[in-house]
Design a protein around this ligand. Structure first.
Ligand code: IMP
Length: 200
């Protein structure tokens, strides 16, 4: 089938962050030879879309068309109900160029307080897209719902993990064993959907 990926074939990870490669390779069970857009010298596109799915698709399509190889890209972030879904696709940008997530988490707390809302519900989203050069694409989205807790707790994980308590739990992602987070995260759910779409 046109949309299937051949085991062992090259797959471009549309990222300039080499740290994401082992994660992507592991999540795809080592089925592919992963090369990054950075290794191929591909320029990074501007993320001009207004949704996670749109930006993941844009990045995958850009890398596939330029490299002539199938490409995978992700886009993820935290959405807060009381803030109409912000920071959403701007989650990384709220931390500024210094990637200061203490500042970003403070900003979330201040913005919620300013609304006067008592709704601290939030969710993480991960969109994953695979695109074939000048061809079709598959895009999926995974989500995990939860509640925000301030001040943040825990030193594990990254980004907004210390303030996010997933539904059905009373500890934050920052306090949770990595394996436990990985079993329920938005990213794991998106990868499960992607694998079902590509391999089942
Ligand atoms: P991206 O790499 O451009 O998709 O940016 C995603 C941003 O969303 C990251 O910089 C984090 O701030 C946030 N984010 C996404 N997933 C998670 C997570 O699992 N835990 C904490 N923060 C996350």
């Amino acid at each position: 089938m046109a949309l299937k990926l051949e085991i062992g074939s090259k797959l471009v990870a549309a990222t300039h962050n080499p740290g994401k490669v082992p994660e992507i390779a592991a999540l795809l069970d080592g089925r592919f030879e992963i090369v990054t857009a950075g290794q191929l010298g591909l320029p990074e596109p501007e993320e001009t879309e207004s949704t996670f799915v749109g930006n993941a698709l844009l990045k995958a399509r850009h890398a596939a068309d330029l490299s002539g190889l199938p490409a995978i890209a992700d886009d993820s972030g935290l959405s807060v109900s009381a803030l109409d879904g912000a920071p959403g696709i701007y989650s990384a940008r709220w931390a500024g160029p210094g990637k200061d997530f203490t500042m970003a988490m403070d900003k979330v707390a201040e913005r919620i307080e300013a609304t006067g809302s008592e709704d601290y519900s939030a969710w993480f989203t991960s969109a994953l897209a695979v695109a074939w050069p000048n061809g079709p694409a598959v895009v999926v989205e995974g989500r995990v719902d939860g509640t925000l807790a301030f001040p943040g707790r825990g030193t594990r994980g990254f980004g907004y993990d210390p303030i996010f308590v997933p539904e059905g739990h009373d500890i934050t992602f920052g306090e949770m064993e990595p394996a436990a987070k990985d079993a329920m995260s938005h990213r794991a759910r998106a990868f499960a959907k992607l694998k079902a779409a590509l391999f089942d």
